[in-house]
Ligand binder design. Structure first.
Ligand code: DAH
Length: 354
C-alpha cells in the first residue's frame, strides 16, 4: 500500500515537473510536495509505520523523490530568474542617441569677476585682502582721513547717516576708511600692504553713478616708500587689468588724505587714444585717485610719520567692470536681471587693448 502511494506520488511529480510555466506555479508545487501537508512530507511521516525490513528502502525512495524535487526546483528557479532578467535587459535598454538633459550652468556676477581679478593681482604682489566695515563712524570715514567737520570735501560724499543715538555713523562713502582700520589694528605699527574691495554709498544716481557702488582701496606703508613705487604699482595694475598696451598718465590732484595727490588716466581702450564717445574725444579715461599718505593720517592712526611713509590708491570697481565688459549703464549691474548676469563667464573675460 505504501509502495503504491510512493509510485503514485512519483508519477504525479514527474508529470507536474513537465508542466511548470512560471515561478508562481513552481512555488505552488513546492507547497504541494514539500509543504506541511505536502505529498512528500506525508510520505516522510509514513516511514515510522513501515515494517523495519522495508524501512531503509522506503526511506531511500522518499529521499530520492525529495532530491528530485529540490534539484528540479533549483534548476527551474534559476531558469525563470534568468528569463526575467533577459526580458528586463531588453525592455530597459538605454537609448544613448537621445539628447541629454541640459544642466543649467550659472555664471559669476561681473562684479565678482572683476573683484576676484583685482584680488588675485594684488595678492600676487604680496598684498593681503582686508575686509572693512560698511557702517562707519564719522571719525573713521572722515576725520582720521584728514577731513574734519565742516571740510568742503565732505559735500560730495556724506550721504546716508544713521538715526538717533547712531547719528554719528553713516554708510561708508569710500573704502579709504579701511586705511584707518588697517593701520590702527596693526599692533606693531610696522609695514602694511593691503587691498580692501567693498561697497560704498553716496547720494548719486544716473547712468554712470549709483547710490551704491564698489571701490577697491590699496595701502602700502613702509620705511622707504616713494612716489616711484606708487607709479610703478599703478602702471602695472592698469596694464594687467586693461591690457599690456594701455598707457597710463598721472595728473596732480587733491585729496585730503594724501600729499602729494594724483589722478590717474588710462589711454582709451575703445579708440586706443584717438578720441571717441567713451573718452569724450580726449583719448584718456580717468580711473584712479592716489597719493602719498598724508603725515596727519599716519599720525592719527598711530604711525610715526618721521619713520614711515606710505602710498594709497582707490578706484571704482564698477567703472572697471563697465570698461572691461562694455556695460553702458551702471544700474544694470545692480538690477539683478538674470539675463544680464548670464552673459558673463570667464571665457569672455579676455579683453586686450591693442
Ligand atoms: N577715496 C577716494 C574717492 O572715493 C579715492 C581715493 C583717492 C583713494 C586717493 C585713495 C587716494 O586712497 O589716495 O574718491
Amino acid at each position: 500500500m505504501n509502495n503504491e502511494k510512493l509510485n503514485e506520488v512519483k508519477e504525479k511529480l514527474e508529470r507536474d515537473l513537465q508542466n511548470i510555466e512560471n515561478e508562481a506555479v513552481l512555488n505552488e508545487l513546492k507547497v504541494k510536495y514539500l509543504g506541511k501537508k505536502g505529498l512528500i512530507t506525508e510520505l516522510n511521516s509514513e516511514i515510522k509505520n513501515i515494517p523495519n525490513e522495508q524501512k531503509k528502502l522506503f526511506g531511500m525512495a522518499v529521499n530520492e523523490l525529495k532530491d528530485l524535487f529540490n534539484k528540479s526546483y533549483e534548476e527551474k528557479l534559476s531558469f525563470f530568474k534568468e528569463e526575467e532578467l533577459n526580458k528586463r535587459i531588453q525592455t530597459e535598454t538605454i537609448d544613448i542617441t537621445l539628447p541629454s538633459k541640459k544642466v543649467k550652468r550659472g555664471s559669476l556676477h561681473p562684479m565678482t569677476l572683476i573683484t576676484e581679478e583685482f584680488e588675485d593681482l594684488f595678492v600676487s604682489m604680496g598684498y593681503t585682502v582686508y575686509e572693512g566695515v560698511e557702517i562707519e563712524s564719522d571719525e573713521n570715514c572722515f576725520q582720521k582721513l584728514n577731513v574734519p567737520k565742516g571740510h568742503p570735501a565732505r559735500d560730495a560724499q556724506d550721504s546716508f547717516y544713521l538715526k538717533d543715538e547712531y547719528e554719528n555713523f553713516l554708510l561708508r562713502t569710500q573704502t579709504s576708511t579701511a586705511q584707518v582700520h588697517a593701520m590702527e589694528e596693526n599692533a606693531d605699527k610696522g609695514p602694511l600692504r593691503i587691498v580692501c574691495p567693498g561697497k560704498v554709498y553716496r547720494k548719486d544716481e544716473d547712468a554712470t553713478h549709483s547710490h551704491q557702488f564698489m571701490q577697491i582701496e590699496g595701502l602700502v606703508i613702509d620705511k622707504d616708500v616713494s612716489m616711484a613705487d606708487l607709479k610703478g604699482t599703478l602702471e602695472l595694475f592698469c596694464k594687467k587689468i586693461l591690457g599690456e598696451k594701455t598707457k597710463v598718465r598721472f595728473r596732480p590732484s587733491y585729496f585730503p588724505f594724501t600729499e602729494p595727490s594724483v589722478e590717474v588716466d588710462v589711454s582709451c581702450f575703445k579708440c586706443q587714444g584717438k578720441g571717441c564717445n567713451l573718452c569724450k574725444q580726449t583719448g584718456w579715461i580717468e580711473v584712479l585717485g592716489a597719493g602719498m599718505v598724508h603725515p596727519n593720517v599716519l599720525e592719527m592712526c598711530g604711525y610715526d610719520p618721521k619713520k614711515y611713509q606710505g602710498f594709497a590708491f582707490g578706484t571704482g570697481l564698477d567703472r572697471f567692470a563697465m570698461f572691461k565688459y562694455g556695460i553702458p549703464d551702471i544700474r544694470t549691474i545692480y538690477g539683478n536681471d538674470i539675463r544680464f548676469i548670464e552673459q558673463f563667464n570667464r571665457k569672455d573675460d579676455t579683453y586686450e587693448a591693442k
